[in-house]
Design a protein around this ligand. Structure first.
Ligand code: TXD
Length: 319
């Protein structure tokens, strides 16, 4: 059986980490793509040279031409520019929309059968744009944010309860960042819901509220510490989990930005919801009954995504 092919579009901090993780896990051969000349080639060569030490077999290639991604099974997109001081949200939207246009067209031409995971911010709008420009089926294009947001939530909960991160599950909905909705009733330690753990005296509502707030601003906390960039280890690990679920047809239930077609009363919008990822891409969207407060928070999140999308559509016409 030939090796799978993984194309990483954008070879910056997350792209490089993705390549390293995918190689170490022998997920397949890897192509790093970027517009910056030398960066993808340099990272590919550096990681390939760690192969003999770590004992993995994977071909790594760096490229500045989309033809290199031909036939990729998975494309993970991190290409874009970060928001710099003085840049408005619409400036950033305009620049990254143009990037999604180039990336989408590249995927359409060379890897139309790939499962595409978008990471570029602002996530919920960029995944929509990438789907539009690539023309791929909606079930084959998803956004990564929920796995990361829930991993942050799980990490903080595991610390609070002093238990293994493995036994903590977390449930998050909604857009990436400020408006994400952690649903504590569906977040558990070995199946015991967080509200029950509060009743058992393992924590207090105030502490859990503080953890929810810290999770929501989890990205900003890291930017504040790193100063020159944003998180990359956990975002890369999160996208790898999604890629692996597709490549191995694991059918994991993971939160991701997926295109809704009536679920939660919403149509034609990419929003973070739990989905089943398998060989068919997004095989199922999990629709749960939300309580009133989660419903309200989810609506705030959906409205924020809608607003972002309207701004995108305005800009898209002039691209
Ligand atoms: O949860 C999430 N979705 C996120 C999102 C969590 C963390 C970071 N998130 C976003 O991921 C972040 O706001 C960025 O939009 C992306 C990528 O983050 P990274 O830290 O990897 O950014 P870098 O290091 O700036 O890398 C971006 C690369 C860089 O090498 C550029 O040269 C390249 O993108 N780039 C392009 N590549 C291909 N094609 C085009 N047009 C292009 N433009 C820039």
């Amino acid at each position: 059986m030939a090796r799978k092919k993984i194309a990483l579009i954008g070879s910056g901090m997350i792209g490089g980490t993705l390549a390293h993780l995918a190689a170490m896990r022998e997920m397949g051969d890897i192509v790093l793509f970027d517009i910056a000349e030398g960066t993808p080639q340099g990272k590919a060569l550096d990681i390939a040279q760690s192969g003999p030490v770590d004992g993995f077999d994977a071909k790594l290639e760096g490229a500045n031409d989309y033809s290199a991604i031909a036939g990729a099974d998975v494309c993970i997109v991190t290409a874009g520019v970060p928001r710099r001081p003085g840049m408005s949200r619409d400036d950033l939207l305009g620049i990254n929309l143009k990037v999604m246009k180039a990336v989408g067209e590249g995927i359409k031409q060379y890897a139309p059968n790939a499962f595409v995971i978008c990471i570029t911010n602002p996530l919920d709008a960029m995944v929509w744009a990438l789907r539009e420009f690539s023309g791929l089926p909606h079930n084959m294009v998803v956004g990564m944010a929920g796995v990361l947001d829930s991993a942050r939530f799980r990490h903080f909960l595991a610390e609070e309860f002093n238990v293994s991160v493995e036994d903590v599950t977390a449930f998050v909905l909604g857009g990436h960042g400020d408006t994400m909705v952690p649903v504590i009733e569906y977040s558990t330690v070995a199946g015991i819901p967080v509200p029950d753990l509060i009743k058992m005296g393992w924590s207090t509502q105030e502490k859990i509220d503080a953890i929810v707030a810290r999770t929501r601003s989890g990205g900003g906390e890291i930017v504040g510490l790193l100063k020159t960039g944003s998180a990359f280890y956990a975002p890369a690990a999160s996208a790898i989990a999604m890629a692996e679920s597709f490549l191995k047809d694991k059918k994991r239930v993971l939160p991701a930005a997926a295109n809704l077609t009536g679920q939660y009363g919403i149509s034609d919008l990419y929003v973070g919801v739990p989905v089943v990822i398998g060989a068919g891409g997004v095989e199922k969207i999990v629709e749960i009954e939300l309580n009133d407060s989660a419903k309200q928070n989810f609506q705030v999140s959906v409205d924020a995504v809608k607003e972002l999308l309207e701004a995108c559509k305005g800009i898209e016409e002039s691209l």
